[in-house]
Design a protein around this ligand. Structure first.
Ligand code: NAP
Length: 254
């Protein structure tokens, strides 16, 4: 196969959580452009994402689910299979951040953040891995990590704990599942202009401090995730296992 053909996702089905906005939307569109049929999972409508994918003739279906608990896990898989008959790619993108001083951080906020960012990611990955094994053709799992998989951060202890866990979970699952031709890898976005960082970008001091530390000299965008997610979703990365790649404009290199 010629190298650029290895990036082609024609015939594949990709499921992206949190596909209604931000990085999830950017990645869903990219996977669609690469030829995959896309299932977007979100707690509210993915109308905008659907429109962007249908504009270039791609196929998109949404599954409405709240990922605060494991309750919808099996239904997400079932609805994806009902729509397109198989699954090949799972992007665990949905996540939330709560900015509260560690000294005041409450248990409910902790549980919410860790459940969506960490616990449900594991059980959704497990459900998909079982299906990949059943299909017998391997599959891809791509977890969205963070700079706070490597660093401590400020006022976000639950987020840092959960995103650091994602780095380890990506390795742990890759170890166990590489033998089934399942690749589990991560993408660690740097500081990207989405809802997740709206609060930071609105704080002039913090915003300036962050921007001054990014070698690329700008905040990232959902488009910046697109090349890496297509590569990790494709046959071009079949021997990449358990690694988390920073897409951060050089932040970690500082
Ligand atoms: P975002 O615009 O806030 O998107 C987060 C997505 O997760 C949204 O689709 C959101 O849905 C969804 N989500 C949150 N809680 C959910 C729940 N209980 N059930 C279902 N969906 C839920 O921010 P983003 O930057 O695109 O974030 C995407 C991922 O990248 C997250 O895992 C985030 O931690 C990670 N990340 C972002 C940055 C950054 O700088 N932006 C950096 C590193 C990592 P709603 O729209 O309904 O809230």
């Amino acid at each position: 196969m010629m190298i650029l053909d290895m990036f082609n996702l024609k015939g594949k089905v990709a499921v992206v959580t949190g596909a209604n906005t931000g990085l999830g939307q950017g990645m869903a569109v990219a996977l669609g452009q690469a030829g995959a049929k896309v299932v977007g999972v979100a707690r509210r409508s993915c109308e905008d994402t659907k429109k962007k994918i249908e504009e270039f003739g791609g196929e998109f279906t949404e599954v409405i689910a709240d990922l605060s608990t494991t309750e919808p896990v099996q239904r997400i898989l079932d609805e994806a299979l009902a729509a397109y008959g198989r699954v090949d790619i799972l992007v665990n993108n949905a996540g939330l951040i709560k900015r509260i001083d560690a000294i005041e951080y409450d248990e409910e906020s902790w549980d919410q953040v860790v459940s969506v960012n960490q616990k449900v990611v594991f059980f959704l990955s497990q459900a998909f891995a079982k299906q990949y094994v059943k299909q017998g053709q391997g599959g891809k799992i791509i977890n969205v990590a963070s700079m706070l998989s490597y660093q401590g951060g400020i006022r976000v202890p639950a987020y840092t704990a959960s995103k650091s866990a994602i780095l380890g979970l990506t390795r742990a699952l890759a170890n166990e599942w590489a033998k089934y031709n399942i690749n589990v890898n991560g993408i660690a976005p740097g500081y990207m202009a989405t809802n997740n960082t709206a609060q930071l970008r609105n704080d002039e001091d913090r915003s300036e401090e962050i921007l001054g530390r990014i070698p690329a000299g700008r905040w990232g965008t959902p488009e910046d995730m697109q090349g890496t997610v297509v590569w990790l979703a494709s046959a071009a990365s079949d021997y990449v296992n358990g690694f988390t790649i920073a897409v951060d404009g050089g932040w970690l290199a500082r």
